[in-house]
Design a protein around this ligand. Structure first.
Ligand code: NAD
Length: 500
């Protein structure tokens, strides 16, 4: 098969073969299954707007079938009853298989998501690390823990729950798939994953790899489809034992409502409107550089990004001028382009959303510091490109309060430490903020006073396996990922006690 070249990169033969399928079906019980009514949808390369693949749009009865397959694998495939080390062999094989196919998955993810190849490759590595991390963690966990109490013999015994549902957004499809299925599978659960309709391909690919390396059928089921149909059906399903939703607060509320009706525990990992609090003793070029990188990382489509830059008054002008220069120099291009530093946003909808916020923000009184707007990339006319933008003004502006999900930061000055903390916390969201200063004691003090799940020091977007990553307020509920707490969520516990 001849392979195409996109933005100077030849597609790998495996990628070309994968994309050439007529229709990508769901992975249910180890089989490829198409929608019961034959419905499909197309997924696009955000860098060119061209169709990449046609995918099955799974219907409510197909979703039932996927959950039933996950239940059957849980009951009959012995997945849950395997000792942790034997399950671990499967998980390590999965991590190894992804490692062997690293470049294939990187290209698929880069094309489907519009993520520059180097960042897509980091996501693939993160998936591998996540699977290995939870696999190792599960080996050392006692599932029958004695509790010393007077006059009784007592213990807590842990079991896997059963079939777990995962609804995933489009910004980190492969990485978030790993964050979901890694701990769930390590604990012995089975999974039904609903990827976002903009980016289903890497998740479908991993289901195909899982089949190839002998993960028992039905342990990983992937049901592509549009949110209102497939996602809604999964959130209503009564046979799931747990649900994990990552996405917008609006949809998160709907999913939580459905799970609440069925009393199914749900964890929500939602949006953010993070702040960077920059003090006047900071190294200005270094901080401006890092924050410019943070806001352009995956074209600003990152839940924990620093989208409000709060800068101490005495350095405000210097800092802003330096940041503007950095942002103007960012090389925009197709995600597979060697020189590209910032790719497109994921879709036409997202393109309109970003430009709409620039318009609405300025109409509501924000000052334009760096105009941003639509960008053109040669040879990629249908691509969804935007330039980085900076707005400034009071923090009651909707561009300072609502999640834009593009390379747009909102600037505001502050006078002292208490005002910096107050402004950072003056938001409905609570995912991640950062503090920037050469005074480490101040950094630690300020970071711990953020009303957020994560406080970062002289850096932004710092997520490390072993350190809980979660949101508070409108950024999440009952959640937390990549840590021991996450693994424990995937066991139900029973207290066993007898009077002596
Ligand atoms: P979204 O809420 O629109 O969609 C997320 C998922 O929900 C998709 O799979 C979608 O198909 C599905 N969905 C849509 N409507 C549904 C419905 N009615 N019922 C059930 N499922 C439905 O979010 P998005 O636009 O894909 O992603 C961006 C959002 O995700 C941002 O708010 C971002 O901050 C958030 N996010 C949060 C984290 C985190 O860890 N906290 C990580 C990544 C993204």
């Amino acid at each position: 098969m001849s392979t195409r070249t996109i933005a100077g990169q030849a597609l790998l033969p495996e990628v070309e073969a994968f994309l050439s399928k007529d229709i990508h079906g769901a992975a249910i019980g180890g089989r490829e299954v198409f929608a019961s009514n034959g419905d499909t949808f197309d997924t696009h390369d955000p860098g060119t707007g061209e169709t990449l693949a046609t995918v099955a749009n799974m219907q409510p009865d197909d979703v039932e079938q996927a959950v039933a397959a996950a239940q059957e694998a849980f009951d009959k495939a012995d997945w849950a009853r395997l000792p942790a080390n034997e399950r671990g062999v499967h998980l390590m094989r999965l991590a190894d298989a992804v490692e062997q196919h690293r470049l294939v998955i990187t290209q698929i993810e880069s094309l489907d998501c519009g993520k520059i190849a180097a960042q897509a490759e980091e996501d693939v590595q993160n998936f591998i690390d996540t699977i290995r991390y939870f696999c190792n963690l599960a080996q050392g966990l006692s599932l029958d823990t004695a509790i010393p109490v007077a006059g009784h013999e007592a213990s807590v015994v842990r079991h896997a729950w059963g079939p777990c549902g995962f609804i995933v957004p489009w910004n980190f499809p492969f990485l978030l798939c790993g964050w979901g299925i890694g701990p769930a599978m390590a604990a012995g659960n089975t999974c039904v994953v609903k990827p976002a309709e903009d980016t289903p391909l890497s998740t479908l690919y991993v289901a195909h790899l899982a089949k190839e390396i002998g993960i028992p059928d039905g342990v990983i089921n992937v049901i592509p489809g549009v949110g209102e149909v497939t996602g809604a059906a999964l959130s209503k399903n009564r046979n799931l034992r747990r649900m994990s939703f990552t996405g917008s607060p609006e949809v998160g509320r709907m999913v939580a409502r459905e799970c609440g009706q069925n009393l199914i525990p749900v964890k929500l990992e939602l949006g953010g409107k993070g702040a960077a609090v920059v003090f006047d003793d900071v190294d200005i070029p270094d901080a401006a550089d890092k924050l410019a990188q943070a806001i352009t990382f995956h074209t600003g489509q990152v839940c924990c990004d620093a989208t409000r830059w709060l800068v101490q008054k005495s350095i405000y002008d210097d800092f802003v001028n330096t940041a503007v220069e950095r942002l103007k120099a960012v090389q925009i291009g197709h995600p597979l382009g060697q020189a590209t530093q910032m790719g497109p946003v994921v879709s036409d909808t997202q393109h309109k959303r970003v430009l709409g916020y620039l318009e609405k923000g300025t109409a509501a009184g924000a000052e334009t510091v760096l105009a941003g707007g639509a960008a053109k990339v040669e040879g990629c006319d249908g691509g969804h490109y935007v330039k980085p933008a900076l707005l400034a003004g009071t923090l009651d502006n909707l561009a300072a309060r609502e999640e834009i999900f593009g390379p747009v930061a909102y600037l505001a000055p502050f006078s002292d430490e208490s005002e910096g903390i107050r402004l950072a916390n003056d938001t409905d969201y609570g995912l991640a903020n950062s503090v920037w200063s050469s005074d480490l004691a101040r950094c630690k003090r300020v970071a711990s006073l953020f009303e957020a799940g994560n406080g970062w020091i002289n850096s932004h977007n710092v997520v490390v396996h072993g350190v809980p990553y979660a949101g508070v307020k409108k950024s999440g509920m009952g959640g937390g990922v990549v840590s021991l707490e996450t693994l424990l969520d995937y066991y139900r516990s029973i207290s066993v006690i007898r009077p002596l």
